[in-house]
Design a protein around this ligand. Structure first.
Ligand code: SF4
Length: 414
């Protein structure tokens, strides 16, 4: 279901990463895919495979592994047949690693035009990719731009980055190879946005979005989301990667959540919402929300679930959530789409949410509401709401008292 006002997606040609059981198309009308990268040594086959499976479970459709040494290429030969998702080999300086990765059976390559510059090397790799039907990402990186382009453009500019990609594309075209997606990543968000905008005007190749070296969360998450979110909202981008200094599972999860938040990917996991807490909160909302996030993890429960700090405003503020719980007078008031359905002790709030989420998945929302004593639950919620309002008044944050004090202070002679 499409739920955003995101601009119509820019039409690109399509490439396919040909995994035998999980092929992933990128571009055209294919869903926008999420990528991540392993941080293990690729020669560590079991460790790398464990990370690939974890990334896949968190939402990655494609996983990239570095192929920086012969042992890594040998590792890829053992990893690729056991991977649940297409594997892309990341190649830096040595074109031989690209040929070895192709021999290992990888489903895609990433080449950095700033690092492999000899035309005969580039064309040899392109020819081999063409013969094997393996697509390539031309991965321009602002930090490793070809020095000649740096000098020509007076620095790392959108034009320099796009020219780097076009130069590589032209060499591929000489051997008739066009199975290509492109990225023009930079660590500066405005620079990468401008570079991708320019690139999308100049080519119909699918685009892989990313803010490179975004850094650790939360700043890294914000930078990457700002850059990729702005472009996706303009309809630019066919596949995305968060480059975070964190467990790569966080990258995959963030990619999935960004696409879900923009309505560009159907939700398969819990969308946990929670109030920010305030003077009315009857529980430690941050802690309960954390426990709920941990309890649901990456489980395939596509419901919006709310944790609200008080029964006075919580059920109303989260009335659109599929399921929620609001605290009040040491109780948890459970509600489904705004209707109170049960009351449980406060320390059972999170397990109750999980139990009801499972029931909704098994029986459907209508059946769970029908089987609940909604009248009793509503009566109890209303009683607690009134009691709290009597205790705290309608101004739980004591704003009016504070304003009175401020006025008194101001009126005192200096
Ligand atoms: S009024 Fe209640 S639900 Fe709203 S932020 Fe405060 S504690 Fe949370």
């Amino acid at each position: 279901m499409r739920v955003t006002s995101t601009a119509e997606r820019r039409r690109t040609r399509q490439i396919v990463l040909r995994h035998p059981t999980h092929p992933v198309a990128v571009g055209g009308d294919a869903p926008i895919s999420v990528q991540s990268m392993t941080i293990t040594k690729t020669a560590d086959v079991d460790g790398t495979l464990a990370q690939i499976y974890a990334l896949h479970a968190a939402g990655a459709d494609i996983v990239r592994c570095t192929c920086n040494e012969v042992e890594a290429a040998e590792g890829l030969a053992r990893i690729v047949p056991r991977s649940p998702v297409p594997i892309v080999a990341d190649i830096h300086h040595q074109y031989r690693r690209a040929l070895e990765a192709l021999e290992a059976g990888v489903h895609g390559l990433r080449l950095n035009p700033g690092n492999i510059r000899r035309p005969d090397h580039i064309k040899a790799v392109a020819q081999e990719c063409k013969d094997r039907g393996v697509p390539v990402r031309i991965g321009v990186n602002g930090g490793s731009l070809d020095p000649a382009l740096y000098d020509k453009h007076g620095g790392v500019t959108p034009e320099a980055m796009v020219e780097s990609a076009e130069h590589e594309l032209a060499m591929f075209a000489e051997v008739g190879f066009e199975d290509v997606k492109i990225s023009v990543k930079a660590s500066s968000v405005p620079l990468m946005i401008d570079a991708y905008r320019l690139l999308s005007e100049r080519t119909d190749h699918p685009l892989h979005l990313g803010v490179t070296e975004a850094g650790p969360p939360p700043a890294g998450l914000i930078k990457a989301t700002a850059g990729m979110g702005a472009l996706l909202a303009e309809g630019i981008g066919d596949t995305i990667r968060y480059s975070l200094t964190a467990d790569p599972v966080e990258e995959a999860r963030a990619g999935r959540v960004l696409l879900e938040a923009l309505g560009l990917r159907e939700r398969t996991n819990v969308d946990l919402i929670a109030c920010p807490s305030c003077g009315r909160a009857e529980i430690d909302v941050i802690e309960v929300a954390r426990q709920a996030a941990e309890a649901f993890g990456d489980r395939e429960i596509p419901l919006q679930i709310a944790v609200m700090g008080c029964v006075v405003n919580g059920p109303g503020e989260a009335r659109d959530a599929d399921l929620g719980i609001a605290a009040g007078r040491r109780k948890g008031h459970l509600f489904i789409r705004g209707r109170n359905v049960a009351v449980v002790p406060e320390d059972e709030m999170v397990p109750t949410l999980v139990r009801y989420a499972e029931r909704i998945m098994d029986e459907g929302i209508g059946a769970v509401v029908a089987a609940s004593d909604t009248d009793r639950a509503e009566r109890e919620a209303e009683a607690d709401r009134r009691a709290l309002l009597d205790e705290q008044g309608s101004d739980a944050n004591a704003s009016e008292q504070r304003v009175d004090l401020i006025r008194k202070l101001d009126a005192e002679p200096t």
